[in-house]
Ligand binder design. Structure first.
Ligand code: 15L
Length: 261
């Protein structure tokens, strides 16, 4: 049976993955800095800070894959991004290299959020981050690439769209990732044979997707479609005002925007 490390296990995505694996198909090492509640027999809690290299080494020793969902999920202060999205990630990759563990890295669509909303792109398009948060995700993808090229650590970077129970605004017609599709995506990343390094868009099979997956070595086949909710949400403006409608990153792209056209 595979041993999977799940960081950010107490977070939104972490909880959904933990629930999916409640049947005990994997031995789970659950990491967070917050309490994790009652544990099942196939679960072990590793409460601790990923910036601590010794802790990371202990966490990953003997594991097959780490599903790295921990980190700062918004455009907060630079110091926090540096601590949690840059330093902690580096410490995790160092441990992954020491123990030859595959990494599934939670990148984000905000790595390419400054693309205009009418544009379709694939995973090979140049990065265009929409915020310092997006820049921190670009850093993460670069670390993943470095550790594959230089140390052979396999990584799949997931450019996650809008992970929500249901889509609830116009932008989600293009960006929604359902819980079921996220579960399928992460499971395909774990089970794929020798994926190497890849960037995958974490998005459902939305009719209006902006993101095209050119290479799909893991066999990700999403089933949900935000179009099923179009009648209700097409008239609900994207949060962040009119500018947010113009960019794929929505409110992240609109925030602090000062460019004169
Ligand atoms: C993200 O990366 C954020 O963590 C999340 O809060 C949402 O803003 C999501 O992207 C999105 O783009 O909808």
């Amino acid at each position: 049976m595979k041993t999977i490390v799940l960081t950010g296990a107490a977070g939104n995505i972490g909880k959904v993955l933990r629930e999916q694996w409640s049947d005990g198909r994997y031995q789970l090492r659950l990491n967070d800095i917050k309490p994790l509640g009652e544990l099942a027999t196939h679960e072990t809690a590793y409460i601790g800070d990923l910036r601590d290299a010794g802790f990371c080494t202990e966490l990953l020793k003997g594991a097959d894959t780490v599903v790295h969902m921990a980190g700062i999920g918004t455009d907060l202060e630079l110091d926090l991004l540096i601590e949690h999205n840059l330093k902690a990630l580096l410490s995790l990759y160092q441990a992954a290299s020491t123990h030859a563990v595959r990494v599934i890295y939670a990148s984000s669509n905000h790595a390419i959020g400054m693309y205009a909303s009418e544009t379709d792109i694939d995973e090979h398009a140049a990065v265009r981050p929409d915020s310092l948060y997006g820049v921190s995700k670009v850093w993460g993808e670069a670390i993943a690439r470095l550790y594959f090229d230089k140390h052979g650590v396999e990584s799949i970077c997931l450019r996650i769209g809008s992970f929500e129970t249901e889509p609830f605004e116009r932008r989600h017609l293009h960006t929604w990732l359902s819980h079921a599709d996220m579960q399928h995506l992460v499971e395909r990343c774990i089970e794929a044979l020798h994926p190497g390094f890849h960037i995958m868009y974490g998005v459902s099979a939305n009719t209006r997707n902006w993101w095209r997956q050119r290479d799909n070595p893991i066999g990700y086949h999403p089933q949900s479609n935000a179009e099923d909710f179009a009648e209700r949400i097409a008239s609900i403006p994207t949060r962040g005002g009119p500018l947010a409608e113009l960019f794929q990153g929505g409110g992240f792209a609109a925030s602090d925007y000062t460019k004169k056209t």
